[in-house]
Ligand binder design. Structure first.
Ligand code: 13P
Ligand code: SF4
Length: 299
């Protein structure tokens, strides 16, 4: 009898499907994917996918962005209820109020957001391109939504601009206790702390490197160090261990419950049934295409 993995691989071919997976989904799902990466890489892979079906192993906004960038494909989500809570942490009212109050304003929208919020924004960003994109915007004032921690990280790197925030955060990264990072530093002296910019200021202050998931992996690959403390969702350790076999990675212990909803069994059922299709409001999708395409052009 075929294993779940073998059935997924066979069905993928049969249905002319491509599997895109974020670094945070379970290891066995990453292992069957055609493309595994951070949000920026996966947005580009979705835009360029030529297969009939894109199965997006990730949270809801990722599937939405894939459909917006490549509307001719069927985009399937293994669990449409797997959602990033931060994606909803800004409102249309906040945006329109600030647009009225502040002149020379651009709305920079983290890709971890709903299509509705993207459609109200001027440009999208991910954690790997936010600094460069925001720096390149002609406007002096920036409303950065929804992640205030990533926003603060960008603001520190782009001091020539004035920033406004919507008050959103990633519940997995933002509240991770800095004391735990401090204890790990003591337990593993000399091991650099690698953190995602969604972490709070106290954790970032204890970090040696701050970057997107792909940037954290790239840092570990090129570093001459032998051990690293990893302060982002633990799914990333699968890739770190795979790509850096001689190195040791210490997991700080962040788990995104929504990313972990994407099991291999659900991937199989989605391929079998063609379920979980992303269907978008046409106007919203058109509106959200513009800032996403601008991100891809600038990034
Ligand atoms: P990356 O773009 O760095 O992969 O981040 C995605 C995300 O959801 C972080 O919590
Ligand atoms: Fe959203 Fe945080 Fe999960 Fe990333 S780790 S998908 S930002 S809840």
């Amino acid at each position: 009898m075929q294993s779940v993995r073998e059935r997924v691989l066979a069905l993928k071919k049969q249905k002319n499907a491509v599997i895109l997976a974020h670094y945070y989904v379970p290891d066995e799902v990453q292992a069957v994917a055609d493309f595994v990466g951070d949000s920026f890489y996966l947005a580009k892979a979705a835009r360029d996918a030529a297969a009939d079906v894109i199965l997006f192993a990730g949270v809801h906004f990722m599937g939405e962005s894939a459909k917006i960038l490549n509307p001719a494909r069927r985009v399937l989500l293994p669990d449409p209820a797997a959602d990033c809570p931060m994606a909803h942490m800004a409102s249309a009212e906040q945006i329109s109020r600030l647009r009225k109050e502040v002149s020379d304003l651009a709305v920079a929208c983290y890709i971890n957001s709903t299509a509705k919020l993207k459609a109200l924004s001027d440009v999208c960003v991910t954690s790997s391109n936010a600094v460069n994109i925001v720096r390149a915007l002609p406007e002096k004032n920036i409303l950065f939504i929804p992640d205030e921690n990533l926003g603060a990280f960008v603001a520190a790197a782009v001091p020539e601009k004035k920033f406004y925030f919507s008050g959103g955060h990633c519940p997995v990264h933002a509240f991770f206790p800095a004391e735990r990072v401090a204890r790990l530093r003591q337990a593993y002296p000399g091991a650099p702390v690698l953190s995602h910019p969604e972490c709070g200021a106290a954790v970032l202050a204890l970090s040696d490197f701050v970057g997107s998931t792909a940037e954290i992996i790239a840092f570990a690959e090129r570093s001459e160090g032998k051990s690293f403390i990893v302060c982002t969702e633990s799914g990333v350790l699968f890739q770190l261990r795979r790509r850096c076999p001689g190195k040791t990675f210490i997991d700080a212990g962040m788990v995104c419950a929504d990313m972990k909803k994407i099991t291999l069994e659900k991937v199989l059922r989605t391929l079998e049934e063609g379920s979980g299709e992303v269907i978008l409001d046409e106007e919203e999708a058109k509106g959200a295409y513009r800032p996403l395409a601008r991100m891809l052009a600038l990034g």
